[in-house]
Design a protein around this ligand. Structure first.
Ligand SMILES: [Zn+2]
Length: 399
């Protein structure tokens, strides 16, 4: 099929950022200019990714290269993700939010990743980072010689690029959790493309690789979103068990509830053993509370699920379209060779003298935040820092 894989080919030399420093205290994020990032070429952090970017030629190219005849016209879902008016009985859109459907009924769509296919495994995933708390988790994982998968928000990567690069350098999966954490089925086609595109792009700029996997915020995905993601070369990774660890961020009393969630997953080990598999577990590194909970539970988890691993270790294949370095602490054996292009290749050149866009405040309320873990956001002044800093020319090969 006509797939469009977002791929970067001229960036490696720019990746000279220092390794992340393990610290237990939050610190002010450094200038994004160290990576050559140009925040003015990205959407406002925490806003729907098409906002202010309507004239971005790169976004429009990606959008126009999609074969829209292969994208189902599933209705856009209510912004509050209400399922009351949806026909869950026939589930025409394979809408996870309503029915937990993960196997699309339409040919040619990437089915969701739904389990860790290794006996005795615990698929370790942390969402909504990176944050200034993430290095504390990286340090713990390093001490335990443990790899994890981080589904990062594009806006957070732009805000905390050193942390994102640190996770990558230490061999963790750095994958996409969209740009701004909106329910994808509630968005227009252009908005869905933008949410995926800019998150992939900022990870490319920071790590040098193009991701194969993403996790839809709230797990909210249907066949329209899958069809767009498939053409962008992306496959969704869901979860089997949710720890609700984010609830402790603003409510320490929730710790009891969260502990019960972890215990319940341990109690299900025999069910997973019967499948010769293990759960993919949803956790967060968006604040110190969830990180501490994982550290507190790690030893108990290892006793029941001895093979705690990243999603790409679950899958037995790399998470990127390019190989990753194998000669440093970041080596995990997850490298892959670039795939052969399957259709025509086009090139987009991005330069610092391209017309820049002005971020536009989004007046919409963020009702979905009621469902979302709290996130840190202090990226506001980065645009002025990085503007014009590097004459960066990048070539995105789209096929
Ligand atoms: Zn999330």
């Amino acid at each position: 099929m006509h797939a469009h894989l977002l791929r970067l080919s001229a960036l490696t030399a720019l990746l000279t950022a220092p390794s992340v420093i393990h610290a237990t205290e939050c610190f002010v994020p450094p200038s994004t200019a160290v990576f050559g990032l140009q925040p003015e070429k990205y959407p406002p952090v925490n806003e729907i990714a098409s906002i202010g970017m309507e004239n971005d030629p790169d976004l429009l190219r990606v959008y126009n290269d999609i074969d829209w005849t292969k994208v189902p016209s599933s209705p856009i879902k209510p912004v509050d993700l209400s399922t009351t008016s949806y026909d869950a009985g026939t589930d025409p859109d394979c809408w996870w939010t309503s029915t937990l459907c993960t196997q699309p009924k339409v040919a040619g769509l990437n089915p969701d990743v739904t389990i860790c296919n290794k006996p005795g495994s615990w698929g370790l995933t942390f969402d909504d980072g990176p944050t200034c708390f993430s290095p504390e988790l990286y340090g713990f994982l390093s001490e335990q010689k443990q790899k994890a998968t981080f589904f990062m928000l594009g806006g957070q990567v732009l805000t905390y690029p050193v942390e994102a690069k640190g996770a990558f350098d230490e061999g963790h999966d750095v994958l996409s959790h969209t740009w701004s954490h909106h329910g994808l089925t509630t968005l227009t086609n252009l908005q869905v493309v933008a949410e995926l595109y800019y998150s992939v792009k900022v990870i490319q700029e920071v790590t040098g690789v193009s991701v194969k996997y993403f996790r839809p915020p709230y797990g909210d995905i249907d066949n329209r979103v899958r069809a767009i993601a498939t053409q962008l070369g992306l496959t969704a990774v869901m979860w089997n068990d949710d720890t609700d660890d984010w609830k402790v961020n603003n409510n320490p009393d929730a710790r009891t509830e969260v502990d019960a969630k972890f215990q319940a997953i341990l109690d299900k080990a025999s069910e997973y053993n019967a499948k010769n598999a293990g759960p993919i577990v949803l956790e967060h590194d968006n604040d110190q509370g969830p990180i501490q909970i994982y550290k507190d539970w790690y030893a108990k988890i290892k006793k029941v699920y001895p093979k705690v691993m990243s999603v790409t270790e679950c899958l037995g294949e790399g998470g990127y379209y390019e190989p990753v370095p194998s000669d440093d602490a970041g080596a995990t054996g997850t490298a892959t060779t670039p795939e052969t292009p399957t259709s025509t290749t086009s090139t987009v050149t991005v330069t610092t003298d391209s017309p820049s866009t002005t971020p536009t405040p989004n007046p919409e309320s963020k009702a979905e935040e009621q469902k979302s873990p709290a996130r840190k956001n202090d990226v506001g002044s980065f645009a002025a820092v990085a503007a014009g800093f590097l004459g960066l020319v990048m070539f995105y090969n789209l096929w």
